[in-house]
Structures are given as C-alpha cells and as structure tokens.
Design a protein around this ligand. Structure first.
Ligand code: F0G
Length: 428
C-alpha cells in the first residue's frame, strides 16, 4: 500500500521477518507484508539510541503518574518497549488494566501445585478481550498516518475492539467483515452499538480475512487485523504485565489459545526482545492450544514437523496441507468461534516464537474446552470458550508430564465470559 508520511524518528522501522531478505520500510508506511519476498513484517527499534530502562522495575514508577493517560494505560505504560508513536498520536482508552489471578481451584483441575497456576484475565479490557492491547497500538499508527477508515475481518472480538476505538475517538469509520452465522451475539452487539459498518460475507472467517485484505488494499483502507505488525507491538504488553504481576520473575510456561496466531507471535517477540535487552535472563516455554476443529498449527507443527528453522521453514508442507483442506472441503468448525480459523495469517511468526520459546502445540476438543471453562467459572473469573483452551491445554500437558507439577504456569484468558453466554447456558 502506498500511503507514506514523514516520520520524526528513524529509531523504529518495519523489517521483513525473513532473515535472508531483511528488507526495511519506514514506519510511516502502511503495509502488511514485504514487497521483496511477501513475508510478514516486524517493527524493530534502534535500542542503542533509545532510552531503554535498565531494569523492568522502572515501569512500576510510571504507575505513580497514572493521572496521565499514557501512564495509566497498561499498554503505553510500557511505551519504552514499543517506541514507534509520538505521544500526541497515541490513542488510549485505558486498555490493559488486567489482572493476573492465582487460582488454586484451577490449579487442582490442571494438576499443578497450589500457588503455581495463574490466569491472565484479559476479559477486563474495555471491549472485553485482549484485542484492545493491539488495537490501541494499530489504531495509534493509523492515526499517525492520517487514516480515516479502518477495517478488519473478525470472529467478533477484533471487530468489537476496532468499533470501540472508532466510537470513542471519532477519528475513523470502522468497517468490519464477518463470516455468515459465525459470530456470537455478544460480540456482534458491541460492533452494532459502537456504530461500525458491519458486512456479513458468504463464507467463514478465512474467507472474510481474504476478502478484507483485497478490499483494504484496493480501497486504501487501514487494515487492523494482526497481519498489521503494529497490532502485535501492543500485544507484547500482555507479557510485560504478567511479569510485573510476578514481580518480574519469569514463569515456566505461557499457555495461550491459538487462532490467527497473533498473540503467540507477539509473546515470542516480547520475550525475545526483553532477553536481547538483558531485562530477563531466560524465556518461558510457550504452549499454543488449537481447537481440534481448527487445528492447522497442531497438524503442521506436531504431526508434520514444520519448524521456523531460522527462517528456512518448508513452505511446501504448508501449501500441501492447505491443498488437502481444500480438496476435502474441510472448514474450521468448533464451538470456540473466536478461534474457528484454518488459515492463520501469523503462522510463520508463530513458528518463530515456538523456536525462541522452546514451544509445544496441542489441540483440545470442544468438550475439554467447555469443561475447563466451567472450572474457570466455578472459581470465580469466567471466560469465553476459546479462552479456556489455555486451561484445557495446560491440563493435557500436565497429564502428559510435559508440564511438571511444581512449574509456574500462566494461562491467558483472552475474552470475557459474557462474550458468548449462549455456549455457557447450553453447557449447563
Ligand atoms: N481468544 C479469543 C477470545 C479471540 O477472540 C481470539 C481471536 C483468539 C483467542 C485467538 O488469538 O488470533 O492471536 O491466535 N480472535 C480474532 C477475532 C480472530 O477476530 O476476534 P490469535
């Protein structure tokens, strides 16, 4: 896409994730892939010339200045670790005031020792899901470059978040693409309430994603799906808040549901950068949990041995797998509509995160997810079905002996319980 603005700083740039390519682009450009080789892009920083905190504890001091919106935000309190936006362009609505909750009840269910199981409750965000972390970042970039319209394809949470930022700021018109019958009413009602232009397309999320990429490219509409590298900069801060809540001690495991694979990709980058900056001495292990009915990552990583391999991953494995899906007319299908995705756009970045964090991938059935969800609810937090994949996956990995009983485990609860009450009522 062509839009370019002169940026004040050359201390941040966009860079192709493919080590053998490494093409770079100004952060004033709007793009979701590399012109030279088609790979995804990272936002990289010239840390040598930037004021990087000497210890993570320095971020705690920001909390005493919480009367300032940028220090109140759970994303922008960490802006020294995502320094791409001039402060006057940052759009914040108080995202990221989320809780890391130690749950001994859920620890018993998972099979780890008391005090070792933590739930990172991203449902407390303004639109009720983790998406606000990334949306604040992408939206700020959109504002930086003067966008007037922003679009996404969504299983519901990205669209609720985009619609909220547009509704509050009045800076842009939200245009959202959803698959037919593929969105819970809780999420759809948010987009309608906040005033987004909502377009239902024939097909599922994978079709909607394909369509919105075409349309936004053609019409010059700013795309906020997680192929947008700025989105993932905001989602890094989920990990910063986990560390903050653990008094900067690195946990043993981060367990996260996998859909379009933006979160897992962002978490890998967060820890990789912290390690490079000398702010942590080790990386936790990463477990990405697919729904069994939408298990592309599981199939490719665990069954067919696909690896990032330092950027030399086997593209034929992926292409063959997608051709098989097409031949068999196989579509993603799970009660966890948020992660009902078969063609995850961040696959390559997620593979890289799995390499950095010595990761594993598992798939859980709808029944395992709903049982885990009921346990989260019974112990007082509540989450939507997709979020509970993390808890169900942790239990599975514990039963396999991959997770040890004494290890510290953080499960990410990505969305609020009230996003999909139909699933909850049907279960009970
Ligand atoms: N959990 C919830 C509640 C989600 O809404 C999503 C993604 C995920 C997990 C998966 O996260 O894509 O980073 O692997 N929802 C997107 C949407 C696709 O449109 O709202 P991911």
């Amino acid at each position: 896409m062509a839009s370019t603005v002169q940026t004040k700083t050359d201390l941040a740039h966009q860079c192709c994730i493919q080590p053998s390519c490494g093409a770079t682009y100004d952060i004033g450009q709007v793009r979701t892939s590399c012109d030279a080789c088609g790979s995804l892009l990272d936002i990289l920083y010239d840390w040598e010339s930037l004021p990087v905190p000497k210890s993570l504890a320095e971020f705690e001091a920001k909390w005493s200045r919480r009367h300032e919106p940028l220090s109140f935000s759970g994303v922008w309190r960490f802006r020294d670790l995502l320094p791409f936006a001039p402060p006057e362009k940052i759009v914040t609505i108080g995202e990221g005031q989320t809780l890391l909750h130690a749950s001994d009840g859920v620890a018993r269910f998972v099979g780890v020792s008391a005090g070792k199981l933590h739930l990172q409750y991203e449902g407390m965000n303004p639109s009720g899901s983790f998406k606000d972390n990334g949306m604040s970042a992408a939206f700020s970039h959109a504002h930086m470059i003067g966008a007037r319209r922003a679009a996404c394809a969504s299983t519901g949470n990205t669209s609720a978040s985009l619609a909220l930022y547009c509704g509050v700021s009045k800076l842009m018109q939200a245009i959202i693409f959803i698959g037919s019958g593929k969105i819970s009413y809780g999420k759809l009602s948010q987009a309608l309430d906040y005033g987004a232009l909502t377009i239902q397309i024939a097909g599922d999320f994978d079709d909607a994603m394909h369509r919105v990429q075409q349309v936004s490219q053609k019409e010059g509409i700013y795309l906020v799906n997680s192929v947008n590298p700025f989105r993932l900069e905001g989602q890094k801060t989920i990990m910063f808040r986990v560390l903050e809540a653990l008094r900067w001690q690195v946990p043993d495991w981060i367990v996260v549901p996998g859909g379009n694979l933006g979160n897992s990709s962002a978490f890998g980058k967060a820890f990789h950068e912290l390690h490079e900056l000398g702010l942590v001495d080790r990386l936790p292990r990463l477990a990405v949990i697919n729904a069994a009915g939408a298990d592309t990552l599981y199939q490719l990583y665990e069954k067919r041995g696909l690896r990032w391999n330092g950027g030399r991953s086997d593209a034929a494995l992926v292409n063959n797998y997608y051709a098989e899906l097409d031949d068999a007319h196989r579509r993603a299908s799970t009660i966890a509509s948020a992660i009902e995705i078969n063609r995850p756009v961040n696959l390559s970045k997620c593979l890289r995160a799995l390499e950095w964090m010595n990761g594993v991938v598992r798939e859980v059935t709808d029944e395992q997810m709903l049982d885990a969800k009921a346990q989260v609810g019974a112990h007082g937090l509540g989450c939507e079905p997709a979020s509970a994949a993390s808890v169900a996956g942790a239990k599975m990995l514990r039963e396999e002996g991959v997770i040890e009983p004494g290890e510290r485990v953080v499960c990410i609860l990505t969305g609020h319980q009230l996003k999909d009450p139909t699933a909850t009522v049907a279960y009970h």
